[in-house]
Design a protein around this ligand. Structure first.
Ligand SMILES: [Zn+2]
Length: 205
């Protein structure tokens, strides 16, 4: 791609760093911004800047939040003894949109994946075990993807919390979950949470 301006080239190069944005799309977006009033670009830059600088992560569940304790953890109407373990924030959004889950969450921040160099220490597993050991949790629901990494992660956590003798369950298999959790339709996802099965049963399959 030949650019008539170094400034344009830099902007396109930065935009193209975003996932799913190729150079062509990046160029289209940048040219679009140039056509709009300057104030629009300023609002975009300011929103991104504030998000990056001010965003916090809930000290309990690691959800993205504007305050120390996220809205879900801080809500007294949520069942704090029922904890759904998910990979990332998108899964929380997907499950919340079903309106079927009244418990709280624990966001791991990924899955154990030796190939990608992600070990248990890179995820929020220790804080989950702490939550369980404090006695505040009665049931853990695993809602990770049914991939090898998801299974490995579930099993690792299961072994860590086994001594505490709490209920462990997993959302019904057979539906697309995890990485695809956000794409599963709300009815199916909601139903799979209600019809969750004991985690031990999932191991026998
Ligand atoms: Zn929280």
């Amino acid at each position: 791609m030949e650019f008539s301006s170094k400034l344009l080239e830099n902007a396109v190069a930065e935009m193209a760093q975003l996932p799913g944005v190729g150079k062509r799309t990046a160029l289209r977006l940048v040219l679009h911004l140039l056509k709009q009033p300057e104030s629009q670009t300023e609002r975009l830059v300011s929103a991104l800047h504030s998000m990056r600088n001010e965003i916090r992560f809930c000290k309990k569940c690691h959800n993205i939040s504007d305050v120390a304790l996220c809205d879900i953890c801080a809500n007294p109407r949520r069942e704090s003894e029922l904890v759904c373990v998910v990979e990332d924030v998108r899964d929380v959004m997907a499950i919340e949109s079903t309106g079927q889950f009244k418990g709280v969450y624990h966001i791991l921040g990924g899955k154990i994946s030796p190939i990608d160099g992600v070990g248990p220490g890179d995820l929020h597993i220790e804080s989950l075990v702490e939550r369980v050991s404090s006695g505040e949790v009665k049931e853990i629901i695993f809602a990770l993807s049914s991939t090898m990494e998801g299974d490995t992660t579930n099993f690792y956590i299961y072994k860590q919390i086994e001594p505490f003798k709490i209920v462990t369950s997993t959302i019904a298999r057979g539906i697309s979950v995890g990485g695809e959790l956000e794409y599963a339709d709300e009815v199916t996802l909601g139903r799979s949470i209600i019809n969750r099965i004991p985690f031990e049963n999932s191991l026998k399959q």
